[in-house]
Write a protein that binds this ligand. Sequence first.
Ligand code: MN
Length: 328
Amino acid sequence: MMSNLDPDPHETISGGRAGVATEPVRELLEGRDVVLGGTRGMSVVRTLPNKERRMVGAWCFVDSFGPESVNGGPGMRVAPHPHTGLQTVTWLVQGEVLHRDSLANQQLIHPGQLNLMTAGRGISHAEESPTGHGPVLQGVQLWVALPDEHRGVAPSFDHHRDLPDLVDGGVRVRVLMGELGGALAGEGSPARAYSSLVGAEVAFDRDAETRVGLEPDFEYAAVTLSGAVEVDGVLLSPGSLLYLGCGRVDLALRAEQPGRLLLLGGEPFDEEIIMWWNFIGRSHDEIVRAREDWMTGRGFGEVRGYDGEPLPAPAMPTSTLKPRGRLR
Ligand code: MN
């Protein structure tokens, strides 16, 4: 996890306005189990890209993992691999993960903290459970596509230990990126975003409810991380993504039992992109070049300190792909 380790990835073409719901909708989209490659074969649930819908704002990848017992074992072991054209957002519910990258950053992350890696024109990183890790690992890995005008930025990494923490009765919100409105409006996240978007975790005590303020020009979706949360009247359990469309000024949320929801939104992403393996580009040829650069040791630096070999890129699909609409 923390990476697309699929040994036979397909190019996914996303973006553009064609599929954006301009009115509020409630589309329940099932995630799929993806067994990631590597020696441990860890399993994740991928709700974006989904065969019905590939982006929500600039959010283009949502992998949920755990809760999984890592007691007595090595836990997560994701060897060095490259990224281009995106930001990775790492958010934990339980456990801890150690990040190392080709800029010589080394950062342990705990639940409630944010690791934000901006790949820009190219970076490589590794993620693993640290020595002496806890017994359970649970979290989510998200990717944000960078707009064309920013996707060539220099790579960077930021760890945010203290995110805005907003409370409304039995509901607590942590804003990962962007900002929320309504009763839970407050200062926005300090995390650097390159398009207008929001990502927030909403945690519920027993029998808690709230109404979050939304931006009518944004499209939104929700993913439950734990428990079951009622989102605009739809009971949402882990494993599915509820697409909510645009045109909303607020959103009713409630939970009977303690639970956690991830709310994602953003201005619909106008540009069409191509995602393949861990790269986001604008053309098939660009993806081919990024793959070649990684395989020949150019442009992605070196991750030091990881006990293992870097991940080789899978073979490219033989067909040439061109960007097209965001739905199919
Ligand atoms: Mn990665």
